[in-house]
Design a protein around this ligand. Sequence first.
Ligand code: GLN
Length: 476
Amino acid sequence: MNKKLYSLSAHELDESLKNNAIKSEDICSALESRIKELDPKVNAYLKRPKEPLSGDAFVSTGIPVAIKDNICTKGFYTQCCSRILEGFIPPYDATVIKKIKESGHSCLKFKTNMDEFAFGSSTENSFSGPTRNPWNLSCVPGGSSGGSAAAVASDEAIWALGSDTGGSIRQPASFCGVVGLKPTYGRVSRFGLIAFASSLDQIGPITKDIYDSALLMNIISGYDPNDSTSINLPVPNYTKALGKDVKGFKVGIPKEYFVEGLDPEVKASVEEAINSLRKLGVDFKEVSLRHTEYAVPVYYIIATAEASSNLARFDGVQYGFRSKDVNLIDMYKKTRGEGFGEEAKRRIILGTFALSHGYYDAYYLRALKVRTLIKEDFDSLFKEFDCILTPTAPTAAFKVGEKVNDPLKMYLSDIYTISANLAGIPGISLPCGLTKHGMPIGLQILARHFEEEKIFSLAYAFEQNTEWHKLKPKLT
Ligand code: GLN
């Protein structure tokens, strides 16, 4: 029995824990053997020299959560998969980690793989090598939270946390056939999340099903005086939204998301999902989000501008890696030159350019104005509609190495997820099909600010009427 515990969801395990049918140690030892068996192939977890994945590392309480390497964990390495944070051990826990501990659960002491500083869509930009997609090891798991998504998909984790700046929870969830939620901006504290783009970043759950997503949201949501952008609003019990009748729900289908570039198999699966929800009485209507075509360019100006500013603190003095040079100025230069990877450098240069004197108005300021237009598109639709439904990504997972040398192609894999970050609204990805090559396809549901409950109601109704979330990759 012990052996199979890794394949259960958190709510199933929680019930067994409460009935004293199992102990937390049983879950930990099941996970330990699963990780030992599969992670040499999947590489969902980081293997730092001083951090062995065995014995003590698995001593936990409750149901351990797998944590992305950009979320600070007191006493345990946190390095955003970057060389520049080599050896950095945070002296404090991120608020989400504190909340998990307060709920009686715990966090795995080793972290999940990610693109360096969350820059990427494939988890190939990591000091620790790429994570592989459990459904096909020659494919990427998506990114940047690819380690967390692959760990959940391969049953190497029961549940996990990721972060989403432009799609980094939803797109890997879609590629790996699991559930990923980006909460409303301000719903979950960012305190202790190492910043990529502060006006876009949110931490959120990556889980095996919708119920677990709601459970983990109950734990991590809420106001935090340590994060000036967190909102002081009561947190609903999200599990109460599950099972609600969705008859009469009004859902918009934006026509701009169903154009050239969308893989026909993805399109067909999303259309099938629409049909099955229609049978439950959901009311669909085609709508327009007029400024969709500007989302990617606007995002890559705002996100790189904020990243260039946030990454200025890594200079070899306060954290992590320091180059050997004794001369101060050369030490700064060499530390950053040797510590940052190629994509991080590309973004620092782009962002610094967009913010520089003479270009600020033409790029950054303009991008902010278009961002407002994108948000207003959503605001006006949500006056009439409960939710918006789209594909999560234009394709299923692509091959490792396929896009690494073409940043623009890589950037386009977030074309359907980026707008939610620009507007600050919540969005989920849940499994809705498989391609003919057996790769998962994701369905995205968006809602108005702080209306995660509507997302959960609709997503749960879909999940309960389909079998997609029950499929597992055949890894062994
Ligand atoms: N793939 C996008 C990027 O590279 C989004 C990343 C993210 O959400 N962290 O910026």
